[in-house]
Design a protein around this ligand. Structure first.
Ligand code: GLU
Length: 217
């Protein structure tokens, strides 16, 4: 008989406001699932968006969790303090050819986006920089993940069942911004892997992010 490992769950709020009822519900489910199975519940503060994150929100969220008696076993971990970890992973993907520098400027990308919307098509990155011969790292650039162009990615969700996404619709995600900061979907994957999260229990609003994160794994 095989025994399944004890679960490791996480609540990962973005501190841009108070803990709302949806967040409290997500925290509760993660907490209860870990408790029910003798597992570990992790608190991770997703504060990579420095403009929207505030210390007052962090304090309010922690205070609210304490008031609800939702006690975490590990953390709180702060993504803002882990930039070097994420950047090292971006560099590894670049070395492995799984990511590439993108030199397209914001106005260029916006013009293409507007053209796609006007033509009634889905605005996805057109891959201009995907196959450039060699990167010129001195020029301002973002780093994009080199995703598959065809095939599909299946999110096997315990509530919704199998949700199928066409990879062609998931364009090459920016994982590092021009200013050298990593982006949300990338940090989540690095952290969930490193923190050995076994069950991702999250808000329904993250369904669209999940196939991108699966591809990054
Ligand atoms: N930080 C995200 C949010 O507050 C949640 C991330 C996740 O559950 O993966 O919406």
């Amino acid at each position: 008989m095989t025994t399944s490992p004890t679960p490791r769950t996480r609540f990962a709020p973005s501190p841009s406001g108070y803990l709302h009822i949806g967040g409290a519900r997500t925290a509760l489910f993660n907490f209860l699932y870990a408790r029910r199975h003798g597992g570990t519940f992790i608190l991770r503060v997703e504060d990579t968006d420095r403009e929207r994150s505030t210390d007052a929100s962090i304090a309010a969220i922690i205070e609210s969790l304490e008031w609800l008696e939702i006690a975490w076993d590990e953390g709180p971990f702060f993504q803002s303090k882990r930039t070097t970890v994420y950047v090292a992973e971006v560099e590894r993907l670049l070395r492995e050819g799984r990511a590439y520098p993108c030199y397209c400027s914001v106005p260029e990308l916006e013009a293409k986006r507007a053209a796609a919307l006007a033509a009634g098509t889905k605005p996805v990155y057109d891959g201009t920089c995907r196959d450039l011969p060699a990167g010129d790292s001195a020029r301002p650039h973002t780093v994009r993940f080199r995703g598959p162009k065809d095939g599909e990615t299946v999110v096997d969700d315990l509530v919704k069942g199998r949700v199928v996404f066409q990879n062609a619709e998931l364009d090459d995600l920016i994982i590092l911004r021009t200013d050298g900061t990593p982006t949300y979907n990338f940090c989540v994957v690095v952290d969930d892997a490193e923190m050995r999260v076994s069950h991702v229990i999250r808000g329904d609003d993250h369904l669209a992010n999940t196939p991108r994160q699966i591809l990054l794994y």
